[in-house]
Design a binder for this molecule. Structure first.
Ligand code: ZN
Ligand code: FE
Length: 256
């Protein structure tokens, strides 16, 4: 089995999108369709032919280019069963626990509702890669537009159950501002302080901070660390439950 090839590129002001190419089967997916122009450019740059769109959720900066790309390429659109009515051009509906074949790979689907209801993530177990859309970010998590804190916490736990060396592709370059917030709630986390410094250096050179890994997020992302005594103390939630601490962390970030 040849290695899956991933081509990451920027769209809109701070979105990422990816071409995922399986050389053994000559299939290529784009993960979300924020903007058609850069996606067509990426296809031209790589010489790959688009066969699939994998949609994480219905927001315009994730599914806005679906119909134009489908018309141009005849690709198949795979998206959330429980959000199918809001995914333009959807051909194949998948939900939590489903798997499907992409070239020589099996792809497993997780429902990670919270940012939206019906938000899904795509896990490639053979490659230890997951595309999480706006559910989890480097040092952050998605805003709760539709779901409850308990629901989002449940969703995030599906992601943190993956191997620590899983590569996580999140859909926005929000890491530097996420780091500023994270430092206010867990100032004594040495791994976080260190990472924030690295992020500043990377962004100063225009280097993407995405992808990340599950292991790195578990060590430094406050939204995955409601058990942290440092975090609990800083936000005045000592001894509170995980969902309550997570909810308060999310509320503080919304007002940051
Ligand atoms: Zn979104
Ligand atoms: Fe988004």
């Amino acid at each position: 089995m040849s290695e899956l090839q991933i081509h990451q590129f920027e769209c809109l002001s701070d979105n990422y999108s990816w071409l995922v190419h399986d050389p053994d089967a000559n299939v290529t997916a784009v993960v979300d369709t924020p903007e058609v122009g850069p996606i067509l450019q990426a296809l031209e740059d790589t010489g790959w032919q688009l066969t699939h769109i994998l949609n994480t959720h219905h927001h315009f900066d994730h599914a806005g280019g679906n119909e134009e790309l489908k018309a141009k390429t005849g690709c198949q659109i795979i998206g959330s069963k429980s959000d199918a009515a809001r995914i333009p051009g959807i051909d194949m509906q998948v939900g939590d626990g489903d798997s499907f074949t992409f070239g020589t790979r099996k792809v497993e689907v997780f429902d990670v509702s919270g940012h939206t209801i019906g938000h899904i993530a795509f896990w490639f177990p053979d490659d230890k890669i997951i595309f999480v859309g706006d559910a989890l970010f480097a040092l952050g998590c998605g805003r709760l537009f539709e779901g409850s804190p308990a629901q989002m916490w449940h969703s995030l736990q599906k992601l943190t159950a993956l191997p620590a060396d899983t590569t996580v592709y999140c859909a926005h370059e929000y890491t530097q501002s996420n780091a500023k917030f994270a430092l206010t709630v867990e100032p004594d986390n040495a791994a976080l302080v260190d990472r924030a410094r690295q992020i500043d250096a990377m962004r100063a050179k225009g280097v993407p901070t995405v992808p990340t890994t599950i292991g790195l997020e578990l060590e430094t992302n406050p939204f995955l660390r409601p058990q942290s005594e440092d975090l609990q103390r800083t936000i005045g939630m000592q001894g509170a439950g995980e969902v309550e601490v997570f909810a308060e962390t999310r509320r503080l970030k919304d007002n940051f």
